[in-house]
Design a protein around this ligand. Sequence first.
Ligand code: KDG
Ligand code: MG
Length: 408
Amino acid sequence: MKITDAKVFVGGPGKNYVTLKIMTDQGIHGLGDATLNNRETLPAAYLRDYLIPNLIGTDPRNSEDIWQFFYRGAYFRGGPIAMAAFGAIDMALWDIKGKLAGLPLYQLFGGKSREGAMVYAHATGADLDELLDSVAQYVEQGYKAVRVQCGIPGMPTAGYAVPDKKGNIRNYITDFSGIRPRVEIWETDRYMRYMPEALARIRARFGPELKLLHDVHHRLLPREAAAFARAVEPVNLFWLEDPTPAEDQDALRLLRQHSTVPVAIGEVFNSIWDCNRLIEDELIDFIRVAVTYVGGITHVKRIVDLAGLHHVRTGFHGAPSHSPISMAAQAHLNAWAPNFGIQEYLVLGTPECDALFPCGHRMENGMVHVSDAPGLGVDFDEKESGRYEYRPGSHPVVRLEDGTMWNY
Ligand code: KDG
Ligand code: MG
């Protein structure tokens, strides 16, 4: 069996999804997602210029050797661009494997460990009242877990993942006005004073059952993170996400010494080498990698298995930047993983997205039920993709009040 061709598409409804389609001499095709948020043209170029020419003519069933060839063969290893590009190839090869076997992917991993995988939604508000309404809407729709973010009184611009003014629920991740980023101002002291009380009010309003998550988005120093974690302990969070910048694998030691709040980290990691110490030293409770940014299913399974040895559960990244292809890959991993925790879930379900990526995975009452179709269980409508083209966009950048650059 041989790979005969592969194509890359960039575009989509409200997002520059990077979709890889690999064709074979047996009429079976595989799909992968290389969407690196706000840097989408880079993995697309890596795929087109270097990886696809080396892929053509190889046997798609040898997904492990192909992964090793690209990873080791690059010499300059890792990084988000390369790993997103390998990730797309790897997903597509697993898709082909499943289709050849006539089995949904979770069967190739070891079968189902659960019927439905719990997901969490994003509730947000310019202020606490708006956030409480947003949480209430998700609870009404049956969600069992909600991430909560709200504006901080007195902060010159909106905080992470919150609207700039009431009623203005914008796409907080990508600003499509161009590649020059908008600047947001961050004040740690105001955040530290306000947020614990806001979280306590959310807990008081919705009671003990609802799982509450909160994302600090890398903005605190280790000592501040430890103090914040202690302050929010009575709220009983399901997790506190990215309290400190993720690249410092030692930063969480101090937090651990002072608090038992569950910690989730890892959405910016690109390989097992970015998180092995965090996992082995049991400094985190949830690993947040995304199948897209860590080189696909082959590599993410290694991370999941290592995590399982250390009581670390999965909480795969699922921001709207991921296309339904990588969300499908994660749906299969979530169905199988013995150490599954929760899945972030935002993208699926709009009519435009469903038309571009017809998909058999079902969301019901805050749980995703994996499709039984062979392979990934998602397709890609090439004709429909002709409606979309690449639009340049950017993440905001963050500065402190005096102008110092900070972590977005
Ligand atoms: O591209 C950046 C997003 O992926 C990130 O801001 C989303 O933190 C995020 C989350 O938890 O979904
Ligand atoms: Mg996050």
